[in-house]
Design a protein around this ligand. Structure first.
Ligand SMILES: C[S@@+](CC[C@H](N)C(=O)[O-])C[C@H]1O[C@@H](n2cnc3c(N)ncnc32)[C@H](O)[C@@H]1O
Length: 390
């Protein structure tokens, strides 16, 4: 009887739009590595749907199920494949537990969270997080005590907002599972690291673990204290050179405006850790500029200092993108923040894909044309002189 009651509460929450998420656990079915199913509401092409994530030991599979068939799809799983189901709504939380004899027991308690769910799939232009709900923005000097963005915090806030919009759009196409492991290299004062954690945890309902790596001990201490104050249990910061950082497997590697070759180190670390997603926004570009000596008429253009600087930037980031492609990533390059705010505005987004060894020949051609001996990322990846023979 209790499972029928559970389904009734589920249907009511869908009708009243109070549904937040549903988790199935204690799997007893035939699939060896299946652990849980996580279900949350999403909006796809203006239509409300439920997003189901089958969480296996080493991978996740996502499917969307129409809201009107949600309860129907769930019913046969209760008590036969999963012995526990937790329904969270903005009014109450419902736990359905089955004993060994598959007898159901329903426990109901008042909801801990009264927020209405945020639908993620089609929220293209909607603000992805609210400054009023983010206490850390106040501590970081971006908002006042009322949660309003301060005049001097506007620029940074727009950057955070754009960043979260980009992350949201990348994750919609390339979900990284319910418990993604993310590293942010060169996290600085942590603005973007906190916003990322908050967005993943509180808007997407994931359970991320996010680590910021930063050289400066005082910033790391500040960020760790703030994370503890905010109750962000799985957000931590470590004081070290990113060169020293080692991780076996990463879901996402991020490096935003990490200085000069720190971007290359971060990309190489991401590739080595087989990160599903690599996101970098390069900063200054010194390494290639010193080597550049075009053998073509391009030399007539790069003899002007500012043009040489811009050409060096293009080459540095262009070769980075090609090296990521050669190493198994599909790469997009987009404008992170408008040039009106900062000239350091490119963002490279790589998502795991099949490797493109042909990219190495393209790099060799470009280097020959510009008289470049070695890009630092090639050195880190050991790809120099590994151009395939045509
Ligand atoms: C321009 S700040 C960007 C901070 C932050 N990512 C943002 O976008 O707001 C770059 C940060 O990277 C740190 N950094 C530079 N090289 C690093 C390295 N090799 N290891 C760790 N941190 C590094 C610097 O100390 C600095 O705080």
């Amino acid at each position: 009887m209790d499972n029928i009651l559970f389904l009734k509460h589920l249907k009511e929450s869908l009708e009243k739009n109070t549904f937040q998420k549903l988790t199935l656990s204690k799997y007893v079915g035939a699939e060896r590595t299946l652990l849980n199913i996580y279900i949350r509401p999403v909006e796809i092409r203006k239509q409300r749907m439920s997003s189901w994530i089958w969480h296996y030991q080493t991978r996740d599979v996502t499917k969307n199920v129409a809201m009107d068939t949600f309860a129907e799809a769930l019913e046969p799983l209760l008590g036969s494949e999963f012995l526990s189901a937790d329904l969270f709504t903005s009014e109450a939380d419902y736990s359905l537990l089955f004993n060994k004899k598959r007898k159901a027991k329903l426990l109901i308690k008042k909801s801990e969270s009264r927020e209405t769910p945020v639908l993620t799939h089609d929220r293209v232009k909607k603000r992805t997080f609210s400054p009023a709900n983010a206490d850390y923005l106040n501590a970081l000097g971006i908002t006042n005590n009322e949660g309003e963005v301060l005049k001097e915090g506007q620029k940074k806030f727009r950057q955070i907002d754009k960043y979260i919009e980009i992350i949201d759009s990348v994750l919609r196409k390339h979900p990284v599972g319910h418990k993604p492991h993310i590293v942010d290299m060169g996290s600085g004062k942590g603005y973007l690291t906190f916003a990322l954690y908050d967005f993943l945890r509180n808007s997407l309902g994931l359970e991320p673990s996010v680590t910021g790596i930063e050289l400066r001990q005082n910033l790391v201490d500040f960020c760790n204290d703030l994370a503890a104050e905010c109750g962000f249990r799985k957000l931590d910061f470590q004081a070290k050179d990113i060169f020293e950082y080692e991780s076996e497997k990463l879901d996402m590697l991020i490096a935003l405006h990490a200085c000069d070759i720190a971007t290359d180190i971060a990309i190489a670390k991401g590739i080595r850790a087989k990160a599903e997603i690599i996101i970098v926004a390069p900063c200054c570009h010194k390494q290639l500029r010193k080597q550049m000596n075009p053998v073509t008429a391009m030399a007539e253009i790069t003899r002007f200092g500012i043009m040489e600087e811009r050409q060096a930037e293009l080459l540095t980031d262009g070769i980075r993108a090609l090296l990521m492609e050669a190493n198994g990533y599909q790469v997009k390059v987009l404008e992170f923040v408008s040039v009106e705010h900062t000239p350091k505005n490119l963002m490279l987004i790589g998502v795991k894909h099949k490797a493109s060894p042909a990219a190495l020949q393209k790099i060799a051609d470009i280097k020959a044309e510009f008289g470049i001996s070695e890009h630092y990322l090639e050195k880190l990846l050991g790809t120099v002189n590994r151009v395939p023979h045509s």
